[in-house]
Ligand binder design. Structure first.
Ligand code: COA
Length: 325
């Protein structure tokens, strides 16, 4: 399989750190030094996840030279679907990808890497030839904008790639991990009230609540587990760390990016970072950073990329692939 095109889309509305100081007790200096984030894009109430994902996907399809009708599968990695039944089918309709089966995949900020590995399996088995993988999230819907420890981190966006059957397999190695025993470190929880329908028949109905996070623990988890999982993926790919051209980590925090790169002995110039402009866009962050680096002609055909996602679940994973046909 090969990854033959990328695209991305972000909302037009921009909220910088100065703007956040009007909302919570914080400062540009605190946010920049602790996270590296300077601004984030936020979806308007009228902007849907489907719209953002479709816009990113149109660009990825054009870059790959693939028609929507040629797609066999559309995989949408998201935690912030427009509809709990899923949004992938709506994207299929918007694109006119009439032949494609479409479904959502939820693995929080690891969603894109988990989706990439999932999509690759369909190609490896020969089941499908052309797959559209989208990572998209509108976390601004679920952030507590009064909570300064979380609201400074997140932004909205979508990124998309096209995977195609190819003579040589460009997914060189991967490793995926989950640890549900640490589930309480990062949540977007559903809670319900008991409602009595008739005597002895109670059901629960409620809503989702804003993101809760143990920032220190999540930070520690990322800095410890991400280098391990990348090492394992490198081992599976039979590659050494110096053979890597680019490191694209989930864009959570510049300090996490720096610490992981340092532990792996990857020089700064190989670390792709665009979180200053977008914040943490969850499942969108890796394809957004990837697409930007491709657009800027940093990433070229044949380059070897390590992508690693981590986040709620807890979940984390790494995939090593060679860019282009
Ligand atoms: N502005 C100003 N002060 C803030 C603040 C803000 N936005 N948020 C927290 N503070 C304060 C705290 O109240 C605390 O004050 P105190 O010492 O008087 O109690 C102080 O700053 C330090 O807070 P702390 O939570 O210890 O900061 P930190 O160095 O751990 O940084 C994060 C906080 C969230 C930036 C950091 O823990 C982090 O990035 N964690 C990983 C989160 C992440 O990436 N999550 C998504 C993964 S997918």
């Amino acid at each position: 399989m090969a990854i033959t095109g990328s695209g991305s889309a972000v909302p037009a509305t921009c909220l910088d750190n100065q703007g956040l100081t009007k909302l919570v007790d914080t400062s540009d200096e605190w946010i920049t030094t602790r996270t590296g984030i300077r601004q984030r894009r936020l979806a308007k109430p009228s902007e849907s996840l489907t719209e953002l994902a479709t816009a990113a996907s149109r660009k990825a399809l054009a870059a790959a030279g693939v028609q929507p009708q040629e797609l066999d599968l559309i995989l949408l990695a998201t935690s912030t679907t427009d509809d709990l039944f899923g949004s992938a089918c709506k994207i299929q309709a918007e694109l006119g990808a009439t032949k494609a089966v479409a479904f959502d995949l939820t693995a929080a900020c690891s969603g894109f890497v988990f989706g990439l590995v999932t999509a690759a399996q369909y190609i490896r088995t020969g089941a499908y030839q052309n797959i559209l993988l989208i990572g998209a999230d509108i976390l601004s819907r679920w952030v507590d904008w009064q909570d300064r420890s979380t609201c400074i981190l997140f932004g909205d966006g979508a990124g998309s790639v096209v995977l195609q059957a190819n003579q040589s397999d460009r997914l060189l190695g991967f490793e995926l991990k989950s640890d549900g025993s640490q589930n309480n470190q990062l949540n977007l929880p559903y809670t319900s009230k008991s409602i009595s329908l008739i005597q002895d028949v109670n059901i629960g109905q409620g809503n989702f609540h804003p993101i809760t996070m143990n920032g220190k623990e999540v930070y520690r988890f990322a800095v410890q587990k991400v280098p391990e999982v990348i090492d394992k993926a490198l081992f599976r790919a039979n590659l050494s760390v110096d053979q890597i051209d680019w490191l694209i980590l989930h864009q959570a925090n510049q300090r996490i990016l720096d610490a992981v790169a340092q532990r792996l002995n990857i020089p700064e110039y190989k670390v792709i970072s665009n979180l200053a402009n977008y914040g943490n866009t969850s499942a969108a962050s890796i394809p957004l950073a990837l697409d930007e680096a491709v657009q800027h002609r940093k990433i070229k055909s044949g380059d070897i990329i390590v992508a690693s996602g981590f986040g709620a679940g807890l979940s984390w994973g790494a995939a090593i692939f060679q860019w282009g046909r």
